[in-house]
Ligand binder design. Structure first.
Ligand SMILES: *Cc1c(COP(=O)(O)O)cnc(C)c1O
Length: 427
């Protein structure tokens, strides 16, 4: 499918006059339509809830938009919990799916009334030692080991992943949790990332539903919810077919009716923890071409770098690029599109066929709504970029300002050189 930007060159030029590049821009209309589709696709399950994975995009303005569609939040750190609380998510609207969890984070999650999802068997005892009791509602994370394959060949290697408990461990964990007073149980698994297929959730659902039927019989635990977690992907590449969330919802519905209903478990709630699918396509990194370089290859240097979008450097991930205003020009130039970090992997694209780029051209780097800004960092003294919300009526709002040098130096309490710095570059 042809990938087209969700905004125009004229709109971006208008925004750039006020907010300099680089910045991430988010498409409110697209994210609302998608959130509604997710809600509708699982409406057959009265208890359904999507817990948006905050790590994908921890911006409270965006989190609150998703909340309008019934979304809760999935957190895995203290600050994500704090942010969620401040954004108005409370009690069981917060899922705490962490791993290698510090004690104080369990305490804080419990204080907020969040549902705690235990990553490891030893965390049963750790949680009891930390809190002094076991919460009434509790969840455990399952890892089946081995290789997990979905029908079209997409697979991952849960056996190599640090997350979750083995089958023997999880059964034992439920028995102990029940003994210690837990009453409402959940199960969770995240086995494959960025699946561009409608089969992943239904296939995972089958695995978890069968396991829940078995565990219920063996332990007598009453399961409240089954959490399919994240992993539903998006088409980063133009040749990929987007997932159909309605087909996914129906696929889960079918196995629910086949496995849970006959076992007398027809009241179990389905939860999801999607991050990428909720936000990925509804964000873009807007950056300007500032240099061109001709050596052994053709380079275009832009004013963003991997500190603003780490995925290409970290995973070799593909992010589609549109040169604004040149949508219909032939892609007859082969470029490496680079940032300024002193690291050769700081490239948004390698050997990419694009229209001829001139200095000053605006590049729209697609699909940065999830794991884009949130993976920002300060290497090479580069600063976090701003975030802009493009609203449904065409207006825009700055929903996070860019970091400034003052912010960057603000933690140097022991060596306050920042007092001597001419931040406004006036000298
Ligand atoms: C990252 C993560 C998610 C979200 O994954 P996506 O692939 O972005 O949907 C959900 N749950 C947990 C526990 C995660 O770590």
């Amino acid at each position: 499918m042809k990938k087209t930007p969700f905004t125009t060159k004229e709109k971006l030029e208008e925004i750039i006059k006020e907010i300099p590049t680089p910045f991430h821009i988010y498409d409110e209309k697209g994210m609302r339509e998608n959130a509604k589709a997710v809600r509708d696709a699982f409406a057959w399950n009265p208890g359904f809830k999507e817990y948006f994975a905050v790590k994908a995009n921890p911006n409270p303005v965006l989190m609150q938009i998703l909340q309008e569609y019934g979304c809760g939040v999935d957190c895995s750190s203290l600050t994500e919990l704090m942010l969620s609380d401040a954004a108005g998510f409370h009690g069981h609207d917060i899922m705490f799916s962490s791993n290698d969890t510090p004690a104080e984070e369990f305490v804080y999650a419990d204080k907020l009334g969040a549902i705690i999802n235990l990553d490891d068997f030893t965390h049963v005892q750790f949680l009891e030692d930390t809190l002094g009791y076991i919460p009434e509602t509790i969840s455990c994370r399952f890892n089946p080991g081995g290789v997990y394959e979905v029908s079209n060949g997409i697979m991952d290697n849960p056996g190599d992943a640090k997350y979750g408990m083995t089958k023997e461990q999880i059964i034992e964990a439920y028995k102990i949790l029940k003994q210690k007073g837990a009453k409402h149980f959940g199960i969770h698994a995240f086995l494959v990332s960025n699946t561009v297929t409608n089969d992943y959730y239904p296939s995972l659902a089958k695995t978890l539903f069968e396991l829940v039927v078995e565990i219920s019989k063996e332990t007598g635990c009453k399961f409240d919810f089954i959490n399919l977690s994240g992993g539903v992907g998006i088409p980063y590449r133009p040749d990929q077919t987007p997932n159909d969330i309605f087909a996914i919802g129906e696929g889960v519905h079918k196995v629910y009716d086949e496995i849970l209903v006959p076992a007398g478990l027809g009241d179990v709630k389905i939860f999801t923890e999607m991050g990428r699918f909720m936000m990925g396509p509804y964000g873009a990194l807007v950056t300007k071409a500032i240099h061109e370089k001709h050596t052994y290859k053709e380079y275009i240097g832009v004013d963003a770098c991997a500190a603003n979008l780490m995925r290409p450097a970290m995973y070799g991930a593909y992010h589609h690029i549109t040169v604004m205003g040149k949508e219909n020009s032939p892609c007859d130039h082969k470029y490496d599109v680079t940032g300024s970090l002193c690291e050769n992997n700081d490239k948004f694209a390698v050997d990419r066929m694009l229209p001829e780029i001139e200095k000053g051209d605006i590049l729209f780097i697609h699909d940065t709504g999830a794991h884009g800004s949130s993976m920002g960092y300060n290497y090479n003294g580069r600063l976090w970029s701003a975030e802009v919300l493009l609203k449904e009526d065409g207006s825009y709002e700055l929903i996070r300002r860019a970091q400034t040098p003052r912010d960057y130096f603000s933690t140097l309490d022991c060596f306050p050189i920042y007092k001597e710095i001419d931040f406004d570059l006036k000298k």
